[in-house]
Design a protein around this ligand. Structure first.
Ligand code: SF4
Length: 368
């Protein structure tokens, strides 16, 4: 059966680096790269995507609400929702403009989706509600999604797991490996702990056992005769991502570049910490100020969407955010945070101090 390989280009650095990495490392894999166009990206993001398009030899563009009279998909859905702005609690934007489009694009074909969550990040990726879409995380030590780990390590599957380990484990490490493989899942030895214990013993062996265990199931990976990533134990972290982008010539998205500002003789820096719509409500206050000062036209447009009592930020409109005293305070707060970060770690990049903790499992579609 045909199994499709796809990789979503969000406009962020990690998905860009993953596309470059997989193209170079596995040139024979037939990966379809796609981008969900919201019509609301920064020009810097559009430039990155067009450079990548040249590098990769093509990116399929998906656009929700095609044929709508509204200028952008976002405006189409905003109108349909009665001007109800999306928020972290009501994130209809990602669902309607990106996830639904991706699932429509995939249809019912068994599909493996490659996602650029890095080895130095501690979070799970989005698991599609469609069983024919399986996520793989090539930058992590554990390339498998949580649903696969549950399936393979489930106690109902314990004897099969042990049999597979017996079949593939080299004699030299067999005692320890088989002891761990035979341990059942309990509330103290749960799925993540068991997966990590087995990965720590041998990553490639674990991958081989998972791959073989999935055969005969309806998991897309299980339909493949071979899967080259099971022999890959690379773990890539943030520094690797910047290196890949720079060495490829595609470059780091320009919105990451720190721009200096000055308040009371003190120097701070601002930039945008990640991709996504210019009005994204996950932005920090200092990023809104960056938008106001570096892209005033886009800030003005974001302000226009604030009507009928809806605002992008809780308890503060964009008009209030740019009052001179407020701008000054936001900048001083940013300088303080950056000074503290510099003290903590000399080489701390600006985006480390801007990184948000509000990312969730949907983030791959917008920010990776
Ligand atoms: S980037 Fe932000 S505003 Fe745009 S779709 Fe994603 S979460 Fe929504």
């Amino acid at each position: 059966m045909e199994v499709r390989h796809i990789l979503g280009i969000s406009g962020g650095k990690d998905s860009a680096a993953l596309a470059i990495y997989l193209k170079n490392k596995y040139p024979h894999m037939n990966i379809v790269y796609y981008n969900s166009d919201t019509g609301c990206e920064l020009a810097e993001t559009d430039l990155l995507i067009s450079r990548l398009e040249t590098y990769l030899g093509g990116i399929t563009k998906l656009r929700a609400a095609e044929g709508s009279p509204e200028p952008t998909p976002f405006e189409h859905f905003l109108k349909a929702s009665g001007n109800y702005l999306p928020s972290p609690q009501a994130r209809w934007c990602t669902q309607k403009m990106k996830l639904a489009e991706m699932e429509r694009f995939v249809g019912d074909i068994p599909t493996i989706s490659y996602v650029g969550i890095r080895g130095d990040e501690d979070r799970e990726g989005y698991v599609s509600t469609k069983s024919n879409i399986q996520s793989i995380f090539p930058f992590r030590k554990n390339i498998w999604s949580i649903d696969v780990i549950h399936k393979v390590l489930h106690n109902d599957n314990l004897s099969k797991l042990v049999e597979l380990y017996k079949l593939y484990t080299p004699e030299s490490i067999a005692d320890k490996v088989l002891e761990v493989a035979a341990m059942p899942i309990t509330k103290d030895f749960f799925y993540g702990k068991k997966a990590n214990a087995l990965l720590d013993l041998d990553v490639k062996l674990f991958n081989k056992v998972v791959f073989e265990s999935l055969k005969g199931t309806d998991c897309p990976i299980g339909m493949l005769d071979e899967f080259p990533l099971i022999d890959n134990d690379d773990v890539l972290v943030k520094a690797d991502i910047f290196r890949i982008l720079e060495e490829s010539g595609v470059g780091v998205p320009a919105y990451y570049n720190p721009v200096p500002f000055e308040v009371d003789g003190k120097i701070g820096y601002y930039s945008r910490s990640r991709s996504g719509c210019y009005f994204c409500f996950f932005q920090q206050k200092i990023e809104w100020i960056w938008l106001y000062e570096q892209h005033p036209d886009l800030y003005a447009k974001a302000m226009e969407f604030e009507k009928d009592g809806y605002t992008w930020n809780q308890n503060e409109s964009l008009a209030d955010l740019i009052k001179p005293e407020r701008v000054r305070q936001i900048k001083l707060d940013a300088i303080k945070k950056q000074e503290a970060a510099r003290t903590k770690e000399q080489n701390c990049k600006l985006i480390d101090t801007l990184g948000s903790s509000e990312e969730d499992a949907f983030c791959a579609s917008c920010f990776i």
